[in-house]
Design a protein around this ligand. Structure first.
Ligand code: ATP
Ligand code: MG
Length: 317
């Protein structure tokens, strides 16, 4: 069995603003495994940032306990700070605008955390190359673009190789190429350095690609925890077959009778067949279409974490 790195019990947090109370976390229990990348998913306002900020000692909960690598996080916050990396949702606000990118990384690792200077300079060069940041290392923070600032904030959270790292929507504002580089780098780096990583994202394919497990939070409560594959199992189909045409009622009835077809949905110009055995459904479908002399364009798409998310939120079929 995997070692538990962080044990969270009965964690609750409420905010009070001008008499208005928001229960952001309600009795959360969660075990985070050593070395895993845990994705925290959930709609806006679900409580993801609240959870991360409590774990990173930036917020105090109203009740609960957190133990991380043997440290009682709520009682010994300074001890925890020595072993974490953190890139928050608004972290660019915490940067020093007149330092260069390189100086920022040196300051937050070597100066601040007692990592060897030679090691850190080597690491900065390595990480910058991996996420395509090398040519901006000598630029002042204030002159960086939004995405470049974000990339630096991510590097700052990882460069000192913390035992535990929190990344709150790290890929927001990264362009697709940089985001792809970041994902590849993150997966590789945290595995190699055994960094237990908690990451939030609204990008479902990103969650699927990088996370060992995902936890779904809605309205302050955990609704699901498991692998992306297990998450996808909450939906009753494995693939969607789309035809770029509307079919008559008789044909729809025939399609519904194919044993592997879970359901069929129509729009004005398309027909979507949900199946749990895509090959079987395709064979039966092509023979039905052939008999009718129909040759619509057929596309097949596997179910995604996004489909499961929509279903879990109660907006999908
Ligand atoms: N400082 C605050 N004062 C009052 N309410 C707050 C405060 N911060 C967050 N909240 C409320 O707590 C709830 C959880 O917010 P949180 O920021 O944790 O959500 P989130 O899951 O990170 O959302 P997003 O995906 O939009 O970042 C929301 O209802 C939010 O409005
Ligand atoms: Mg948030």
């Amino acid at each position: 069995m995997e070692n538990v790195a962080v044990r969270i019990r009965n964690l609750s947090k409420r905010y009070e603003n001008g008499g208005k109370v928001t229960k952001a976390l309600k009795n959360v229990n969660l075990d985070i495994r050593e070395g895993e990348i845990l994705g925290v998913l959930g709609p806006n306002g679900a409580g993801k940032t609240t959870l991360i900020n409590i774990l990173a000692t930036l917020l105090i909960p109203e009740q609960g306990t957190i133990n991380a690598f043997g440290i009682d996080v709520l009682k010994e916050p300074n001890k925890l700070r020595e072993i974490i990396g953190y890139a928050g949702q608004d972290s660019e606000k915490s940067a020093y605008y007149r330092l260069t990118a390189f100086e920022t990384l040196v300051y937050f690792s070597y100066t601040f955390r007692d990592v060897k200077k030679e090691d850190i300079e080597k690491e900065i060069k390595y990480i910058s190359k991996k996420i395509g940041f090398s040519r901006k290392l000598n630029s002042q923070f204030s002159t960086l673009s939004g995405g470049e600032k974000q990339a630096l904030i991510i590097m700052r959270a990882l460069v000192h190789k913390p035992r535990l790292c929190f990344l709150d929507e790290p890929s927001k504002s990264l362009d697709p190429v940089t985001a792809k580089k970041f994902r590849a780098f993150l997966k590789d780096f945290v595995r190699k350095e055994k960094i237990t990583t908690i990451v939030t994202t609204h990008n479902m394919s990103e969650a699927e690609e990088i996370c060992d497990r995902i936890v779904l939070i809605n309205n302050g409560r955990i609704k699901f925890i498991g692998t992306p594959l297990e998450f996808k199992n909450i939906i009753d189909y494995t693939d969607k077959i789309t035809l770029n045409t509307h079919l008559n009622k008789l044909l729809i009835t025939k399609l519904k009778k194919i044993p592997s077809v879970v359901r069929v949905k129509q729009t004005v110009s398309s027909t979507v067949i949900y199946t749990n055995k895509v090959n079987q459904s395709l064979l039966a479908l092509t023979s039905i279409l052939k008999n009718e002399n129909l040759e619509p364009k057929i596309t097949v798409k596997s179910a995604t974490v996004e489909d499961a998310f929509v279903k879990a939120m109660g907006n999908g079929k």
